[in-house]
Write a protein that binds this ligand. Structure first.
Ligand code: HSE
Length: 312
């Protein structure tokens, strides 16, 4: 079999998009994880030979690594026990950041395996393997990071169990600001603090916002997007985990962004804007607000990445 390596990239993502907890997410252009891999003889299964950029924190055990699990589950599905794959993972973003780091590795892992086997499955068909891979990281089965990382764009998942997912169009001119404060929150911890119950009033408001967001995105109606980018259920519970969160949010809103909320499980905070200048100004303002709380941060400005995971 060919020993020639190939390289894949899968981007960071912003899950939840304020009002779509576990149901919505979009992909950034950068950063993202890279995996280089090759087919190997006489060594069946998936083997992780090296991980760079993780400060030794991630497991090289295939079934304890999101990329390893995603690729191995795909191989199990293909059903040829003789196939062997070696991969090296290049982590280009921190985990516990709210940027979909574990999902990007899972998406890249399964993408790599599919490409090495000359694409027996279409990209959409790789979803269950990638979601199973990400599940290793936080124990929950939700596709709001994996789907946009793999498929690109903005993705709405009507139901996570059956992976009933749908691409939502992104209006031209939509820019994302992502500010990553240099603290870590584990997704599991951020999920564990959430109350199991919500009021009828909260449910109605949140449903209204989610519907409004999707319609606003389809119609390119930025005013509707702005009215809808609000989370009355999850953000109020998680804000306490991010020092200075409300100051950062106010700083973003003062720069005329469409909305600002927690990215995924946090601690990163995102904003959406209808032009690049507002997105950049918001990034600086949000970074300054974190600095006032003595927290360093990294800012990313990006259009919505419509491609998702790619071979390159
Ligand atoms: N929807 C998930 C959450 C994304 O907010 O917990 C992070 O995995």
């Amino acid at each position: 079999m060919s020993k020639t390596g190939i390289k894949v990239f899968a981007p960071a993502t912003v899950a939840n998009m304020a009002c779509g907890y576990d149901l919505m997410g979009f992909a950034l252009e950068r950063p993202g994880d890279e995996i280089i891999g090759r087919l190997v003889d006489n060594k069946p299964g998936v083997h992780i030979t090296n991980i760079y950029g993780d400060k030794g924190k991630l497991s090289k055990e295939t079934m304890q690594n999101t990329a390893g699990v995603a690729a191995q589950k795909f191989l199990d599905h293909i059903g040829d026990p003789s196939i062997g794959i070696e991969m090296e993972i290049y982590k280009k973003m921190p985990f516990g950041s709210g940027m979909g780091s574990s999902a990007a590795s899972a998406a890249a892992g399964v993408m790599l395996a599919n490409e090495l086997l000359k694409r027996p499955l279409r990209k959409q068909e790789l979803m269950p393997f990638a979601v199973a891979g990400e599940q290793v990281a936080d124990g929950a089965y939700h596709a709001d990071n994996v789907a946009p990382s793999l498929l690109g764009g903005i993705v709405f998942i009507r139901d996570n169990e059956t992976l009933d997912f749908h691409r939502v169009s992104a209006p031209p001119g939509l820019y994302a600001t992502l500010v990553h404060p240099h603290i870590r929150i584990l997704t599991k911890d951020s999920r564990d603090i959430l109350s199991d119950t919500v009021t009828l009033k909260q449910t109605i408001t949140q449903n209204g916002n989610l519907g409004g967001l999707i319609i606003g995105l389809y119609k390119g109606d930025f005013d509707l997007i702005k009215r809808s980018l609000q989370d009355v259920i999850i953000e109020p519970q998680r804000a306490q985990l991010i020092p200075g969160f409300y100051d950062v949010k106010v700083a973003a809103l003062q720069e005329n962004v469409l909305g600002c909320s927690i990215s995924g499980a946090g601690p990163s905070v995102f904003a959406l804007s209808n032009n690049n200048l507002n997105a950049e100004n918001a990034g600086h303002a949000m970074q300054r607000a974190f600095a006032k709380h003595k927290i360093e941060s990294t800012v990313y400005i990006s259009k919505i990445n419509s491609e998702g995971a790619i071979l390159y």
